[in-house]
Design a protein around this ligand. Structure first.
Ligand SMILES: [Zn+2]
Ligand SMILES: [Zn+2]
Length: 350
């Protein structure tokens, strides 16, 4: 039996780098040698026990790599190809996929399989299900670092504006400028928003927010965010408010800062119930739309994300603030999980 190194979840606050069997590709599957991966905020929810997964699982879902082997039935991709893979891996054929909700493949949150219901990417190799649907080649001129985020935080961040149908000239507010929020800022601007207002308090994230295209960055510890947003939008409120962290406060502030008839576009992972402030919600008849989006996937979506990078319209490499080997990944978790050392994203090189 061939083995490989991987990060295995054993229980809350118990993850270990271990030798495990190298996966083998069955029909419609591919094995990818992971060349670069990263830690996602969702992995921190898993590590803390806030999002439960089964002990023994290899975690991680954001990565790029090289095709190591292919199972029967996978065409158009060859061994040795450099590829990007979605963090979610829909089947393409079930009720949910065919009903226009591939991220919910198989049932609620079901499209998210890597490091959730099947082995993930913080390993030397990973097995890709439904490979035909979920893999896109990386153009030679792009580095792994340039495309590392296309399968998760970039597609997720951009989806906030896609889902809300941001129009040219819109005012958009984004609450929280962590990695996903920063990608949402880039996406809002690319979608045509001409006033992008972001809310954050960590100085280096506020600075990065400006670099990623925010017109106005508000520090919620220093100003009344809602009145500032109203002030910057002629008293109306924003057309779209994006929630990018998953707390009651930010969810509520989205509802309070959006104009009547506007859209609250939620990306955060919530660990508790959230409540809707009735006054701001117009007692339920304010024409305010609340929507949530899980990471969109599929090879065509990946190709579109890569084309944004390739065209020079976005550069997300400044988000990589640290790099670790797989052996040192626990240090990566410590720094990323505790937001130490001005961290934004840590790259892991197996
Ligand atoms: Zn993620
Ligand atoms: Zn499906």
């Amino acid at each position: 039996m061939t083995t490989m190194k991987a990060l295995v979840f054993h229980g809350p606050n118990d993850i270990r780098v271990e030798k495990v069997p190298k996966p083998v590709a069955g029909p419609d599957e591919a094995i990818v040698k992971v060349t670069l991966t990263t830690i996602c905020g969702t992995d921190i929810h898993i590590l803390s026990g806030g999002y439960p997964v089964r002990p023994g699982l290899i975690i991680g879902h954001e990565f790029v790599g090289v095709i190591d082997s292919l199972g029967a039935g996978v065409t158009g991709i060859n061994v040795g190809d450099r590829v990007a893979v979605g963090a979610i891996t829909p089947c393409g054929t079930c009720f949910y996929c065919q009903s226009g909700a591939p991220a919910q493949c198989g049932g609620l949150i079901g499209g998210w399989k890597f490091g959730n219901t099947i082995d993930g990417a913080q390993a030397e190799y990973i097995k890709i299900p439904y490979a035909q649907y979920n893999i896109t080649k990386i153009p030679d001129e792009l580095t792994d670092e340039q495309v590392l985020f296309v399968g998760d935080i970039m597609t997720t961040g951009f989806s906030a504006s896609d889902s809300a149908k941001v129009k040219i000239g819109d005012a958009v507010a984004i609450f929280a400028q962590g990695p996903v929020g920063l990608c949402a800022t880039v996406g809002a601007r690319l979608s045509g928003a001409t006033k992008v207002i972001t809310v954050e308090s960590i100085p280096e994230r506020m600075e990065m927010s400006k670099r990623m295209g925010a017109d106005i960055v508000l520090d919620y510890t220093k100003v009344d965010v809602i009145s500032e947003i109203k002030k910057h939008t002629g008293g109306y409120g924003v057309d779209v408010a994006i929630e990018a962290i998953g707390t009651q406060q930010t969810f509520e502030n989205c509802i309070r800062s959006v104009r009547p008839g506007g859209v609250v576009s939620s990306l955060g992972v919530y660990e508790k119930n959230v409540t809707i402030p009735l006054d701001a919600f117009g007692a339920g008849i304010g024409d305010i739309n609340i929507m949530s989006t899980l990471c969109p996937g599929g090879y065509e979506r990946l190709r579109r994300m890569i084309s944004v990078i390739q065209s020079g319209r976005a550069d997300l490499t400044p988000l990589i603030t640290h790099t670790f080997s797989l052996d040192d990944i626990l240090e990566g978790y410590r720094i990323f999980g505790n937001k130490l050392d001005k961290v934004l994203k840590v790259a892991i090189r197996p």
